[in-house]
Design a protein around this ligand. Structure first.
Ligand code: PAF
Length: 287
């Protein structure tokens, strides 16, 4: 496995790989790897012959007062894990490589980038879309894999790739969970033992929504209310949002009768740590 720091070298290597007929699979990450990231590597390997992983904590997607400075970093451990899973190249650029002092070009995805996560983290998706566009242009992969845990991010990246005519096919890989249901996230390390225990309520509340929909509940306000009740009763977590959207458009679902699948999403803060999760709810509509 080779570690590449320079944009120019990464571009040359990927050009070389392509000219040799390799199919490049790309896994963009911010490092501090866990099984969730490694499952993306597994998905990339299935669809490609060479896997490039980027490890870059992108400053432009963090707002003022967010956790950019304390975001966990451990490149030597990341290298070991990536190598073990068969990553061929790690692209780990410096900030200066990625953004010149005069950098002034950003990618804006309208509407969907300003709701839910975008409302609570203004500018976040502008940073994500910009860095992903840059990474896709540098690596020029055949496929790139994103995690379903960041469902809104995956939706926005797909939309950007489609609308800006990127040649890369965007794949989305399922959420990987701990045995108790907590979705894997690099931010889980911030949780105290009590918060870690309480954070399992996120998945339980999503499963509650799933069970209610499966039982024929059609009133989303009622499901929302029951989820809030559960989270408040079982944790100190402070809810930023619980939302139900159409997974094909990310528009809020108002009428449960007219849809086959709903994506339930939530964001909850445990102390300083903000966790997100989501679950697809299948609706059985009677004829
Ligand atoms: O999901 C992440 O880790 C980041 O948002 C990404 C896609 C690597 C862009 O910095």
């Amino acid at each position: 496995m080779k570690i590449i720091k320079a944009v120019k070298e990464m571009g040359e290597i990927s050009g070389d790989l392509r000219s040799k007929g390799e199919k490049i699979g790309f896994v963009p990450t911010m490092g501090y790897l866990h099984e969730g990231h490694l499952s993306l590597v597994g998905a990339a390997k299935k669809e490609s012959s060479t896997v490039v992983m980027s490890i870059y904590v992108n400053p432009t997607q963090f707002g003022h007062g967010e956790d950019f400075d304390r975001y966990p970093r451990d490149l030597s451990h990341d290298k070991e894990m990536a190598q073990e899973r068969g990553v061929n190249f790690i692209f780990a650029p410096t900030d200066r490589e990625m953004y010149s002092e005069e950098h002034g070009t950003f990618v804006e995805v309208e509407k969907v980038a300003h709701i839910l996560e975008g409302e609570f983290r203004p500018g976040h998706f502008r940073g994500v879309a910009t860095v992903v566009a840059k990474l896709l242009n540098i690596v020029r992969p055949d496929i790139a894999v994103f995690g379903q845990k960041d469902a809104q991010q995956a939706f926005i990246v797909k939309k950007m790739a489609l609308e800006l005519n990127f040649a890369t096919k965007i794949l989305v890989s399922p959420i990987v969970r701990e045995r108790d249901g907590l979705a894997l996230s690099s931010r889980n390390v911030y949780l105290s033992p009590l918060q870690r225990k309480e954070a399992t309520v996120l998945y339980r509340s999503l499963k509650l929504a799933e069970a209610m929909v499966a039982d024929g509940e059609k009133d989303l306000a009622r499901i929302h209310e029951m989820m809030v009740k559960m989270i408040n009763a079982e944790s100190e977590g402070r809810i930023d949002y619980i939302a139900f959207v159409n997974p094909d458009t990310f528009e809020t679902v108002k009428e449960i009768r007219s849809i086959k699948e709903i994506l339930a999403l939530l964001a909850v803060r445990f102390g300083q740590t903000r966790l997100i999760d989501n679950l697809s709810l299948k609706v059985k509509n009677k004829k």
